[in-house]
Design a protein around this ligand. Structure first.
Ligand SMILES: [Zn+2]
Length: 272
């Protein structure tokens, strides 16, 4: 979710609409932008070391990576599978090793401020617990790094930091990201206008990305939000209610973002 969501979807809806197109504009020839269009529309975080955001809340490291992504993914033939949960796949599953998956450490920046940081600590505890309860993964909060919880903090696997004025409610990373890109950035809007989504719900979605899960809506061109074919289906059934499916992409989830039975089944298959 990294991106946008319900009312929260407010900010995001317009952007998603532009990025995804409506259901009536799904023909393959129409959903492929030119490089110039794609490059111009990619969102760039406006600070030193900022990442390039694609698909709403997924971060790329550089213009070179963006070009490679366009060539290998956007221009590639659209996937045809209609199969629940999907893992990021580039010649193999993008996931944590059997040892790292049990030691997913993070810090939460003091820059959130006292009130919002307290909300973040609770929401991260609840969101990580949801994934830990269904798959063999373990997140550990190392508060001793909160005072210097930056992209270069090597005492943790990833940092959780506040941002403001971004195109997304929050954004995350995939297991193949370098340390500098392993951040869960939470926009100030996440504390005020997320509609049906709770802060915990937003983080459940973002943490799904950190475990390697792609947006469920990219499994179907009928979602109107097809992204690319770099994924492998973990369950045989496409799940419009998945925690990884944007409701505004012909999804069926109307309340908070929660793990469905198919999400749990998919997560267990990747991390048994
Ligand atoms: Zn997302």
């Amino acid at each position: 979710m990294l991106k946008f969501r319900s009312v929260a979807m407010l900010a995001g809806v317009s952007m998603l609409g532009a990025a995804c197109g409506g259901p009536e504009t799904q023909q393959e020839s129409e959903v492929k932008p030119t490089w110039e269009e794609f490059q111009a529309n990619a969102y760039r975080e406006p600070w030193e070391g900022g990442k390039i955001i694609v698909n709403g809340d997924e971060a790329l490291e550089s213009e070179e990576e963006l070009a490679a992504y366009f060539k290998n993914v956007v221009q590639a033939e659209l996937g045809k599978s209609q199969d629940g949960l999907a893992v990021y796949y580039i010649g193999g599953d993008i996931k944590w090793s059997s040892t790292q998956k049990l030691n997913l450490t993070y810090c939460i920046s003091n820059n959130f401020g006292t009130t919002n940081k307290a909300k973040m600590v609770t929401a991260m505890a609840n969101a990580t617990a949801a994934w830990e309860a269904t798959a063999s993964v373990n997140f550990t909060y190392l508060s001793q790094y909160d005072a210097s919880c930056t992209a270069s903090q090597t005492g943790v696997l990833f940092d959780v930091r506040p941002v403001s004025g971004q195109s997304y409610v929050a954004r995350a990373f995939f297991p193949n990201s370098a340390r500098s890109g392993r951040n869960v950035l939470v926009d100030s809007s996440a504390f005020t206008s997320t509609g049906a989504w709770s802060l915990t719900g937003v983080l459940r979605h973002e943490l799904g990305h950190t475990l390697g899960f792609r947006h469920e809506h990219t499994r179907s061109t009928a979602s109107g939000c097809y992204e690319d074919n770099q994924w492998r289906a973990l369950t045989s059934t496409y799940d419009r209610a998945s925690v990884m499916h944007y409701p505004q992409c012909n999804g069926t989830q109307t309340g908070d973002l929660v793990l469905t039975s198919l999400d749990k089944q998919g997560a267990r298959s990747l991390y048994p």
